[in-house]
Each structure stands twice: as C-alpha cells, then as structure tokens.
Design a protein around this ligand. Structure first.
Ligand SMILES: Cc1ncc(COP(=O)(O)O)c(C=O)c1O
Length: 440
C-alpha cells in the first residue's frame, strides 16, 4: 500500500509518487504517534508556544471539529458567530449541541461581515460551555482577543479560536499576536492558507489542556486512517523553517503597510488599513480593496494574478513573503487595478429566523423538498448560505420567513450564489429541503 508502489503511471511524471508513503514501520501512526510524528507534534507545539499540537491532513476542518466535540458534551451550549465556517455547525450536529449564534457586524458599505462587538459576546456567554471565535476573518481582521478570553473564562466557557487564516500570526512582532498568547484555550489553523505548506494541512494547538483524552479520542474518530506523508513532510519542512526564523514576515509586513498607503494614494479604500487605524489587529497578508469586485477581479487576472475572494463591493487578495513580489511589482499591480471602479450593490442581511428545532433535531427529522416559494413557514432542514458573504440566512431548525425568501431572490438577482438551494430550471428560486415528518 499504496497500490502505485511509487511507480508513476504513464503521464504521471512530476507528481510525488515516490514520496507517497503511508504508515509503515518507522513512519509512525498519525492517530497514535510514538515516533517521528510524536517528535513533529512536539516541535510544532514548541514553535507556537503551545502545550500540545495535533497534526492535521484534513485542513482546519478537523481541528475545529475535534476541539468542539472534545470540549462540549451533548446538550451543552456553544456560542459561535453566525459567519463561522461550516465545520462549527457540523460539530454541533454531531455533538447534539445547543447553539447561541452571535451576529457579526454587517458592514453595508463594504458588504462584508466584520467581527462582532464585544457586547454581543458578553450577552451570549452566560451558561455556555464553549465559545468559538473566528479570528482572523477571511479578510484578515480581528478585534483584540484577550478581553473575550477573559469573559469566556469568567463564564466557565472554553475559548476555541478558529484561526484557519492566521497560522502566521505571532511569527513576527510586525504581525498580529497569536491567539494562544491572548488567552485562547484551543486554536485551529489551516497551514496552507497563509504559509508555505501543502493544501489540506492544519494544526490544533492547546494550552492548559495537555493530553485531553476526549479531544484525542475525537481526533482519532474523525481522522482518516491513511494520512498522506507528502502533506506531513510539508508540515515538517514548515516547522523546521519556523525554528530557523520569521520566514521573511517582518520585512513583508512592513512593506505591506506601505502598499496599503500606496493603494490609498491611487484612490482606493483599504479595509485592513482602516481597521488598523482603529488600533485593531489587521493581517498584512490580506489586501481588501473597495470597488466593484468583478471589475477588479478582471483587472487582476489581466495582470496575471488570481483573487482570493470577489465581493460585490470589494476584492480580497492574499499575499505573503513566499510570493516574492517586490515593491515595484506592487506598484505595477496597483496601477493595473486603478482607478477604483464604482462599487456594486449591497444588501443588508435578513433578521435571523425564529428557532423551532435544535439543529440536530432538524437534521434527524424526515426531509421533504419544496419549491422556495412554498417554503415560507416551514422548518429548514439545513443551512442556506449565500456566497458571498458566507453567512447562512437560514440555519437548520429555523422557520423560513417571507423576508428571507425575498432576500434570497434579491441576492440571486445580483449574482449571489445560494448554497443549499437546488436549481429548478426557472428564475423563481430553486428547491429547498425542509423538515417533513415528526422529529426523529
Ligand atoms: C474560518 C475557517 N475555518 C475553517 C476552515 C476550514 O479549513 P480547511 O478548508 O483547511 O479544512 C476554513 C476554510 O476556508 C475557514 O475559512
């Protein structure tokens, strides 16, 4: 095993066949590491200043789910932002949790979700066992974590920070601080999102929870038993690079602050710069420019680069020291993007719908497909999520409102894709699955 025996089939040259080993003698076992992988875990924990680290070849999804399921038992309450990654909802379904959603700040001007103000967390925390914060957001902005960590501790809730996009945080004093140093109990990273590691790698880091048996157990249950060693090798190279230094992040972060200013000199608004001016952490690896997203994406592609995210009123790019762009390259890129095109339309978000069932109850019930127009008053079986911005307008167990259906139609009309809505071939909205029978 694997069945290619390291020999590429015709046309397979260039792929890492020879490296594609799996768990054989001396290569250790990822679900119960006692050799080289245990050493790598320890080194990974050390470079992040963590007590323990788990190595993921299932992105940040596995770390987020294992931290939640290992911490909260069925029936416990979890507080999480409604804009959380779907791994958070998946863990709540598997773990039969109650969820108290915290609404992010919806910025109508940018048409983007921004971190929720602390008061919303304070209101939601009492009685919760676990709080899941996404920091940084996709656009690389976050509010200071320490006050929230203190409130969570006072409320008896474990703070899990989904830092899928922040694996580089704390690597240089020019970068935002790492959530562990800000008081988080658990931190989940996707490594490939901002660091030079192969796609699908991630880490779970812990402080003060050494050898937590429930997290270990959930980690094993949710993990593949055939981990990819090329992925693990790329994690090892990355850990070695971190042991050696800052990977160029200090110089890169300094340059990006000048890039923010250079973009503004060309008439652009820069989300990260506006955020940093408020004194809040903003990731220099992200560049979010204001203006019609599709137009900016076309200009960027003509220049030879691919955007990370295209909104109706912004474009977000991701960069890092490994990209190797010089100051002159950035000038040329900004010239290719300027002048800022007038922003596209912005919709507010519909008010959250009334909760009729817990998410797992809706999941366990019988489902029935109905046309969207007939779904008003029915209980959603799963989330309906517009992209952008990726915040579900309906969660499983919520009653679908007329307002929400109208909102979905307006969003589709401006090119927003609704995940969970099946096409039905006409322009009146698709088909949606709702709860049909008695709760299972
Ligand atoms: C905030 C957040 N958390 C978790 C994930 C899951 O990460 P992965 O795709 O590496 O499993 C993502 C993916 O984009 C994300 O944006």
């Amino acid at each position: 095993m694997p069945g290619h025996f390291g020999r590429p089939p015709a046309g397979g040259a260039g792929l890492p066949w020879a490296l594609d080993w799996t768990e054989v003698e001396d290569l250790d076992a990822l679900s119960h590491p006692t050799g080289v992988l245990r050493d790598l875990r320890r080194r990974a924990a050390a470079v992040y200043g963590a007590d323990d680290a788990w190595l993921s070849v299932q992105g940040a999804t596995l770390p987020v789910m294992a931290a939640i399921l290992g911490t909260a038992r069925p029936g416990a309450t979890m507080v999480a932002e409604r804009s959380s990654h779907r791994a958070v909802l998946a863990a709540a379904l598997v773990g039969r949790l109650h969820i108290r959603w915290v609404l992010p700040e919806w910025d109508v001007d940018w048409a983007l979700p921004l971190p929720a103000p602390p008061e919303r967390w304070q209101e939601a925390l009492p009685g919760a066992r676990i709080a899941v914060l996404t920091a940084p957001t996709y656009e690389g902005v976050t509010r200071p974590i320490r006050p929230l960590a203190e409130s969570a501790r006072a409320a008896g809730a474990a703070l899990v920070v989904d830092a899928a996009h922040g694996a580089h945080f704390g690597r240089s004093s020019e970068l935002p601080p790492h959530p562990l140093t800000e008081g988080a109990a658990w931190v989940a990273h996707g490594l490939h999102k901002t660091e030079p590691v192969l796609t699908q790698t991630g880490l779970l880091l812990a402080r003060g929870h050494r050898a937590d048996p429930r997290v270990d157990e959930w980690w094993r249950r949710l993990s593949t038993s055939s981990p990819s060693y090329p992925l693990l090798l790329s994690v090892e190279r990355y850990v070695a690079e971190r042991e050696a230094g800052d990977g160029g992040w200090t110089l890169f972060a300094e340059m990006m602050r000048d890039v923010w200013a250079a973009a503004e000199a060309r008439g652009f608004r820069v989300l990260q710069h506006e955020w940093a001016r408020r004194g809040w952490p903003a990731d220099p690896a992200k560049l979010t420019l204001f203006g019609d997203g599709p137009t900016l994406a076309r200009r960027l592609r003509a220049w030879g680069a691919e955007p990370e995210m295209v909104g109706t009123r912004s474009i977000t790019c991701v960069a890092g020291p490994r990209l190797g762009l010089s100051w002159d390259d950035w000038q040329a890129l900004l010239d290719a993007l300027a002048p800022p095109p007038p922003p596209g339309p912005s919709l507010g978000l519909p008010a959250p719908a009334p909760v009729r069932l817990l998410p797992w109850e809706a999941d366990a019930a019988e489902w029935q497909a109905v046309p969207l127009a007939e779904a008003v008053g029915r209980i959603a079986a799963y989330a309906l999520t517009p992209y952008p911005p990726g915040i579900p307008v309906v969660m499983p167990g919520e009653e679908i409102q007329d307002d929400t259906v109208q909102w979905i139609r307006a969003a589709e009309a401006i090119g927003v894709r609704i995940e969970g809505l099946a096409e039905n071939g006409d322009r009146t909205g698709g088909t949606v699955w709702v709860v049909a029978g008695p709760v299972g």
